[in-house]
Design a protein around this ligand. Structure first.
Ligand code: ADP
Ligand code: ZN
Length: 829
């Protein structure tokens, strides 16, 4: 007799690492780490991931695994290790971490169906008694259909049925069964048709056509169409295409199948994301500097050991080409390459160039793809079809085998950090961890590296690589600042623009050159303000000002979506001088149109790029000279490489400095350096005009001098003095809930509990968050600064937080408060 088997299973939404279940004999063979299973928990049936299979019988009663969903593991051992790190470092459930590693739509949901389970009318009558609600439920169930609780509720026409339904279940009148729903993500199967072997010859076709033409002309059309495709080398034709082309029906195709002339097959099709961007091909040989860097990277790839390299290359220095050559070298060794980019929709150019270089070996993974496209990219990567994966943050979990190099482009980008849902992981840091776990080199690249990576490279933890100059002797752009306060005094303002900037744009239009205008709206949304008392319209649910939307003439809250009419009279002082302040991109566009009616402007922001592919189309149009000005939010600041652009204008340069976050100087420096880097990439030199109300601000001075190293030196000095990252590790706890007192008490409870820990971190008393209310929920925060020297891998703070949670669960009377843990937070609001 063989041993009884048990499985440790991670279930998302269950905070415990794993739960142990018995494995029924029939499922033993398919039970392997990395497969998905359905397990009972309480009255529910949930999806979980098998972590371990073993024969150690636990000393408590076990439930059994109900179903195995996958024939083979969907989580590879490498990805499993990475998930385990994410789970420990970011202090989230193991199941949550694994869930993040799978494409969306693979979650298996269960629906609970209710049905009548007795015909004993006496029993029914007794249990129903005088309850109208129970009678309505029984009536609905008597239709004989099984239905979900929601359907039952709708059909019985009463407001709530849960209590009554529970009684019916307990008395054995009704029953509930859980049924597994098909997940949204699954392979797409289509019907295809082909001519059967003996009919694939010309004389045979002539023969069959002759018979069919008189008796069944539609069938003849079908055969003719298939024969045409056959002649063009296509053995199979999709059913849908065939019936359309032959103007026939599928019934007629089936008739041909009965006659053994055609065969109908089921084929899996791959849904692939289409890049709607194209450009002319360039012939490129690496420059001296690029060759040096390429040599160092190739050595690291050849060494087949882990090492992190930081490539600091000014904008336009040809980093993309270096990545391409490094990937080529990696593939030539028979290995694969994982490439992370911040947001694919922002960098169609980059993806296009990688695709051009490696064709069918490349797949793409990002959030603008459909569920099906993403599922196919993931599934075929798991099947070993691709050797290069280019993707956003979550692609760090791609089931790519035999990785030889990991590249993280624009490593400083905030979008690598998942801030608003669990697991709150950083894609770059997870990439470095994956490189360490799989012993492969990791290449970080940027023209504006993060303070963390800059520090790590300078302290010798990372290797330092540099491309100090632009390719083709292109020179860095020349800066000009406009003092907006001064311009206002001299009446040289035209809406959001100074005459200086308007003149520069006009001269570009006249010369047929292009301009990029950045208007970063963050922290500066247009709002309605009373000129007399300074009153600002705020959202009732959230503690932020409401944004003015010109096209719909209303105010909208960007957090909860609440809308309101624009007030005419100030509710505070009764004054009537209400005005909208702070221009959005739409308003800026209008200001520019008013000054330069002949200029062709493309506006790019969240509104104008909402439709799928809109972003790529706008960029293609701009690259092909269909517009003079590309005006937009951060989207226009990054990664774009167009020869035509000789002017970059920034509407309000130091605006992002106003955001209360210890990274705001760094972010401003990076944004301005990046956007400036879009100018003068061709043979003509570029100009950058910065409109600023404090032109003397030290950050702007570093931008003007192109002195990123100088900025970093000063920034790191102040980070060290204030004990901010990279010198400490920040962990931010956010407590939220509708009951303000409970939120505050929970925050204080955590504070007390953590205060009893050993002193390897510091914290202040908890405080209301900067956004003290979102969507009617109150928010408090507790900020911890962990000494990295005393908790190198973050395990001690993780343990302390788990103990604090246990304490909370024991002590708290009101457990309605939501607690989120963010390790290395990037959004401090
Ligand atoms: P970065 O990513 O560093 O900003 P890119 O990789 O986009 O720079 O390169 C800038 C431009 O220079 C691109 O148009 C690219 O095709 C071109 N380029 C890169 N390397 C070379 C080279 N060795 N010779 C000629 N052109 C090059
Ligand atoms: Zn709101």
């Amino acid at each position: 007799m063989h041993e009884k088997l048990y499985a440790d299973i991670a279930v998302p939404s269950v905070p415990k690492d794993t739960l142990t279940y018995a494995v029924p004999d029939g499922l033993c063979e398919r039970m392997q780490p990395g497969v998905r299973v359905m397990v009972p928990l309480g009255r529910r049936l949930l999806m979980g991931f098998v972590i371990r299979v073993h024969d150690r019988m636990p000393d408590f009663a076990l439930k059994a695994v109900q179903q195995v969903l996958d024939p083979a593991p969907v989580i590879t051992p490498e990805v499993m290790q990475l998930c385990d790190w994410v789970h420990r470092y970011y202090v989230c459930g193991l199941g949550e971490a694994i869930k993040a590693a799978l494409p969306q739509g693979m979650d298996v949901d269960t629906a609970r169906y209710v049905s009548l389970c007795t015909e004993d009318e006496e029993l029914i009558a007794r249990v129903v008694g005088r309850s109208k609600t129970k009678a309505a439920i029984i009536d609905a169930l008597r239709t004989g259909e099984v239905m979900t609780e929601e359907e039952l509720l709708a059909l019985s026409g009463v407001r709530s049925i849960s209590a009554q339904l529970r009684e019916l279940l307990m008395e054995g009148v009704a029953q509930v069964e859980s049924t597994i729903e098909r997940p949204a993500a699954r392979a797409k199967i289509v019907l295809t048709v082909r001519l059967v072997d003996p009919w694939q010859k010309r004389e045979k076709i002539a023969e069959v056509m002759e018979i069919l033409e008189s008796r069944a002309p539609k069938q003849a059309n079908i055969v003719a169409t298939l024969w045409k495709h056959h002649g063009q080398g296509r053995r199979t034709v999709q059913m849908a295409d065939l019936v359309r082309e032959a103007r026939a029906s599928s019934a007629q195709v089936r008739a041909l199948e009965e006659k053994d002339i055609v065969e109908i097959l089921e084929e899996e099709v791959t849904r692939e994301w289409e890049i709607r961007y194209a450009e002319k091909k360039k012939k490129i040989t690496l420059t001296e500097a690029q060759r040096r860097v390429h040599g160092a990277i190739s050595e690291a790839v050849d060494a087949e050991a882990h090492q992190t390299m930081l490539l600091y290359g000014v904008t336009g220095s040809g980093k993309t080409q270096v990545y391409i050559e490094a990937i080529r070298h990696t593939l030539a060794k028979g290995k694969s390459a994982l490439v992370l980019v911040p947001e694919i929709s922002l960098t169609p150019q980059f993806v296009y160039r990688i695709r051009e270089a490696f064709g069918k070996d490349v797949t793409v993974m990002h959030s603008r793809m459909s569920v099906g496209e993403r599922f196919d990219a993931w599934r075929l990567t798991l099947a070993g079809e691709y050797r290069v994966v280019v993707g956003v943050r979550s692609a760090v979990f791609a089931p790519l085998a035999d990785i030889g190099l990991i590249v993280v482009d624009e490593e400083q980008e905030a979008s690598y950090k998942q801030s608003d849902s669990v697991p709150r992981y950083h894609g770059r840091d997870a990439a470095i961890m994956r490189g360490w776990l799989e012993q492969v080199p990791v290449l970080l690249g940027s023209a504006t590296p993060s303070a963390e990576s800059w520090h790590n490279a300078h302290s010798g933890k990372y290797a330092w690589l540099e491309l100090p100059e632009r390719v083709d002797n292109a020179v860095l752009p020349v800066f000009e600042t406009v003092d907006m306060a001064e311009a206002r005094r001299q009446r040289l303002l035209r809406g959001a623009f100074s005459t200086t900037l308007v003149d520069e744009i006009r001269s570009r239009c006249e010369r047929g050159e292009a301009s990029i205008i950045l208007h970063n709206r963050r922290g500066f949304a247009p709002h309605v303000e009373c000129r007399d008392c300074g009153y600002v319209e705020e959202c009732e649910n959230c503690s932020i000002s409401m944004t003015f939307h010109k096209d719909a003439v209303l105010l909208r809250c960007h957090y909860c979506g609440a809308t309101r009419k624009v007030p005419v009279i100030c509710p505070e002082c009764g004054g009537t001088d209400l005005d909208n302040v702070g221009a959005g991109t739409q308003r800026v566009e209008e200001d520019l149109k008013a000054e330069l009616p002949q200029a062709r402007i493309i506006r790019m922001d969240a509104d104008s790029t909402r439709r799928k592919g809109a972003h790529d189309l706008l960029l293609t149009a701009f690259s092909q000279g269909e517009a003079d000005v590309l005006l937009g939010t951060q989207m226009v600041a990054k990664g774009l490489d167009f020869d035509r652009v000789t002017l970059v204008g920034v509407v309000a340069a130091e605006q992002s400095l106003l955001i209360p976050d210890f990274r705001s100087s760094e972010r401003t420096m990076q944004l301005l350096t990046q956007v400036a880097g879009r100018a003068g990439r061709g043979s003509r030199p570029g100009t950058v005009v910065l409109q600023a109300s404090q032109p003397q601000h030290p950050v702007l001075q570093f931008v003007l001098r192109h002195d990123y190293p100088g900025f970093m030196e000063s920034e790191l000095r102040s980070r060290k003095a204030l004990y901010y990252p990279p010198f400490s590790r920040i962990v931010q706890l956010t407590f939220s809930g509708e009951d303000e007192r409970a939120v505050e008490q929970t925050a204080k409870l955590y504070h007390i509990s953590l205060g009893r820990e050993e002193h390897f971190f510091s914290m202040h008393a908890p405080q209301p968050a900067l956004l003290s209310r979102i969507n009617r929920r109150y928010r408090w925060q507790l900020l911890l600064r962990v000494e990295k020297t005393r908790d190198g891998d973050g395990s001690k703070i993780g343990d302390a937080l788990r103990r604090a949670e246990e304490y909370y669960l024991r002590q708290a009377r009101n457990k309605s408060v939501h607690i989120s843990i963010d390790v290395d937070p990037h959004n401090m609001m």
